[in-house]
Design a protein around this ligand. Structure first.
Ligand code: BG6
Ligand code: MG
Length: 219
């Protein structure tokens, strides 16, 4: 069996990917930029600052704001986002996730988190999931966003496991690329992803028997 399974947070553990979108959409609208869910897919797994740069580029406003102004805009987005997190309760955990993490405990497979979100620790607290993870990579120490493998490698490092003996789970294209570049085996959630070693339509299909069969098949 694998030594560890490393999870993305937004869009895999809980549907905060949508809350990120709502906050960015509001901030973008204030700047006269329209973004939709299709564009938003390209922001998944991307850090706050880099997301803003992509939105400005999308709206043809690259170079309009100073670094200090961009930081203010990003802070405004975060305030809206954090406000929307107030309603987050354990019920917001996506189907099958809690069961999977609990089973991984009994199977003695280590669990890690690889989210570039600075809000990840607070979100895990609100979902009452903190104790189900052996190690959470610290987003504040990560210099390169996904698709760079840095955060997945940091998670494996913190878990003291070899990436080649691990599975990574992602809902973002940049995340699948990060997992593949790390040497881990990739599991994608969603129908629009390419390059995942295993693609499942929703988290409901994410069960230990399914992952175990995948691990053995791929060897
Ligand atoms: C990722 C999300 O998990 O975290 C991105 O997929 C988000 O959409 C990024 O921009 C950074 O999150 P935060 O909470 O630090 O702004
Ligand atoms: Mg995600």
């Amino acid at each position: 069996k694998p030594q560890a399974i490393v999870f993305d947070l937004d869009g895999v553990i809980t549907d905060t990917a949508h809350l990120h979108f709502l906050a960015w959409r509001e901030v973008a609208a204030e700047l006269g930029i329209v973004i939709d869910e299709v564009f938003n897919d390209r922001l998944k797994g991307i850090s706050r600052g880099e997301s803003l740069l992509r939105i400005l580029r999308h709206g043809g406003k690259e170079g309009v704001f100073t670094q200090a102004e961009r930081e203010q805009i990003a802070a405004r987005k975060n305030a809206l986002y954090v406000d929307s997190l107030r309603s987050l309760t354990p019920e917001a955990v996506l189907p099958g996730i809690k069961e999977l993490l609990t089973t991984l405990r009994t199977e003695q497979i280590k669990t890690g988190l690889a989210s570039v979100s600075l809000n990840a620790p607070a979100i895990l607290q609100a979902l009452q999931m903190t104790s189900l993870f052996d190690f959470c990579a610290n987003a504040a120490l990560i210099r390169r966003s996904k698709p760079d493998p840095e955060i997945f490698l940091a998670a494996c490092n913190g878990l003291h496991v070899n990436p080649r003996a691990c599975i990574g789970i992602e809902d973002a294209q940049a995340g699948i690329e990060a997992i593949n570049a790390s040497g881990m085996r990739s599991v994608g959630i969603g129908s629009t992803l390419t390059g995942a070693d295993l693609l499942l339509p929703t988290t409901e299909f994410l069960t230990w028997p399914r992952l175990s069969a995948f691990w053995q098949l791929d060897k």
